[in-house]
Design a protein around this ligand. Structure first.
Ligand SMILES: Cc1ncc(C[n+]2csc(CCO)c2C)c(N)n1
Length: 224
């Protein structure tokens, strides 16, 4: 069994909870409240900015030119293509560029992105990959599952999201990340593998918390 197969099997209970979360379910059946999705889009935009930095750190920590080039490509495509798509998509929900640029991170967004950046900056390449993999992998799994719901990918608001994350292109990206995680875990001590598992578990938990935060439009408890 590969390291990622082991992680996947062990963390199935949380992954099932992610798939069963009302935000995900309602996106699939098209009943999700637009204001919840609007909140999600804004927080996800902030998330993507910090996520892009993980790719930049990945390029620094890569051990060969091929992986370094791939991280550089991902940094470019996320910053210069995916974020532009996000801005266009957000416009359909009445979210202006200005609102996106000035948005403040919610407590969960801040905790999640800072945890990933801390792991990436202070850890090995394997630790960086353990931090970023649940994001890629779980979105691919969710995208594929929602794509199976009849009519879901044609929904006028949420269809595009489902198409993007269930696409073959995105699947290849997730697969690349899974393979790189397995390569990076090869030959690591039991103690190091435990550390990787802990990071993967925590970012998997944060994925759940991100859905929950968006569903409840959870901001700071004080208005100041
Ligand atoms: C909270 C949250 N988790 C995961 C993703 C998915 N995601 C973010 S960056 C990236 C890869 C580069 O395009 C992917 C798949 C998201 N958008 N928001």
């Amino acid at each position: 069994m590969t390291f990622t197969e082991h992680l996947y099997e062990k963390l199935q209970p949380i992954w099932r909870k992610n798939h069963a979360h009302p935000f995900v379910k309602e996106m699939g059946d098209g009943t999700l409240d637009q204001d919840k999705f609007r909140f999600y889009m804004i927080q996800d935009y902030i998330y993507l900015i910090d996520y892009s930095k993980l790719f930049a750190i990945g390029a620094v920590k890569a051990t060969n030119l091929e992986d370094m080039g791939k991280f550089a490509e991902l940094l470019n495509s996320t910053m210069n293509e995916e974020m532009a798509l996000h801005r266009q998509y957000a416009e359909r929900f009445g979210i202006s560029n200005e609102e996106l640029e000035n948005a403040e991170a919610s407590p969960v967004t801040l905790a999640y992105t800072h945890y990933m950046l801390y792991s990436a900056q202070n850890g090995t390449l394997a630790e960086l990959l353990a931090a970023l993999l649940p994001c890629m992998w779980s979105y691919w799994e969710i995208g594929k599952e929602l794509n199976e719901v009849p009519g879901a990918c044609d929904h006028e608001l949420y269809g595009e999201w489902i198409k993007m994350y269930s696409s073959e292109e995105f699947g290849e990206l997730a697969q690349w990340c899974i393979e790189l995680m397995d390569k990076a875990a090869e030959g690591k001590s039991e103690e190091e593998l435990q550390k990787l598992e802990e990071i993967f578990l925590n970012t998997t938990r944060y994925e759940y918390m991100f859905w929950d935060m968006a569903y409840n439009r959870e901001m700071w408890p004080t208005d100041e």
